[in-house]
Design a protein around this ligand. Structure first.
Ligand code: GTP
Ligand code: MG
Ligand code: ZN
Length: 292
């Protein structure tokens, strides 16, 4: 039988098979011998339990796999921000979007808490990502806004919800899936940023696909990226990179630069560009110290 692993606890895995039925299966020693670890999201061949235990037989080829959190075959990363508090960390959002570009994961931006939105803040976020063409859903888990659009976006995909603590990832998932009961944290009054209350990765079947709450989605080691390659990961810059005077233009201080022209014409937001410059600086520094 074929199925998809929803979660693993010890050497026991919960596998979703046909018709929404779940099975508990053990991983046999051969996985350990081969150095393979079955992950949530893995499509597997398994032997369903017949009275006793079921067994995982084979892991089918993966589209992608992540270490932290340990999850495979992610189709979509849902990056959640808040339209009030905590204030959006757009550098984190940019980094997550860059990871999506590199790992061929579809990104989806969600701005939650629109019921108590700071209008200027919301417009700023929307304005910054509009030129890139990223899809943004404005939502409120509390008042049920944007949930229909979100459901459609989740249809038949494996989606991981991530973003800063206390933006409402778990609240959104609870609103989408009322049987879920994900723990919801209180936004700390003192620092306006709560602790990640969610830990384990568990995929939950939803809308023909599956969702997971993955707060601390680890970012790729940016050291693997050459500074010259960064701009190509920005959809709004990508089509203009051949128009710079210098072939190896970093689009920071160089004259006759297409990216800076784009910035002047409003085809790239000031904030995105400034954070781009920050990231380029970081990558240049890293390259300098690569062999230290
Ligand atoms: N006003 C308002 N508050 C919300 C909304 N969604 C969530 N909250 C509140 O924001 C706080 C944090 O919500 P969580 O769902 O725990 O946030 P989270 O992103 O899962 O946080 P971590 O698990 O720590 O990463 C809670 O107090 C929620 O009640 C919303 O749409 N509007
Ligand atoms: Mg949470
Ligand atoms: Zn340039």
């Amino acid at each position: 039988m074929q199925g998809i692993i929803l979660k693993g606890v010890g050497s026991f895995y919960t596998v979703l098979g046909a018709k929404g039925k779940t099975y508990t299966c053990k991983a046999r020693g051969k996985f350990r011998i081969r150095g393979e670890t079955p992950l949530p999201g893995d499509r597997v061949e398994f032997e369903p339990p017949d009275g006793g235990e079921g067994y995982l037989l084979e892991i089918l080829p993966r589209k992608n796999a992540f270490v932290r959190p340990a999850v495979a075959n992610v189709d979509q990363l849902v990056v959640v921000m808040a339209a009030s508090a905590p204030k959006p960390d757009l550098l984190l959002t940019d980094r997550l979007l860059l990871d999506c570009e590199r790992r061929k994961v579809e990104p989806l931006l969600v701005v939650n808490k629109c019921d108590e939105r700071d209008e200027a803040l919301l417009n700023d976020v929307l304005g910054q990502y509009a030129p890139a063409g990223y899809r943004v859903i404005v939502a409120s888990a509390r008042e049920g806004v944007g949930l229909e659009a979100l459901k459609l976006a989740l249809y038949k995909k494996v989606s991981c919800f991530t973003g800063q603590s206390a933006v409402g990832k778990s609240s959104l998932l609870n609103a989408l899936l009322p049987t879920l009961h994900m723990p919801v944290g209180e936004l700390s009054k003192k620092v306006e940023r709560g602790k990640h209350t969610t830990r384990h990765v568990e995929l939950v079947p939803a809308y023909g696909g599956a969702v997971a709450d993955t707060p601390g989605f680890s970012l790729l080691e940016s050291g693997e990226l050459e500074p010259e390659a960064l701009a190509s990961l920005y959809p709004e810059m990508r089509g203009h990179l051949g128009e710079c005077y210098f072939t190896a233009c970093l689009h920071v201080t160089e004259p006759d630069c297409a990216v800076k022209r784009l910035l002047g014409e409003g085809g790239l937001s000031r904030g995105r560009y400034e954070r781009y410059c920050e990231l380029v600086k970081e990558l240049v520094e890293m390259r300098k110290h690569k062999y230290d």
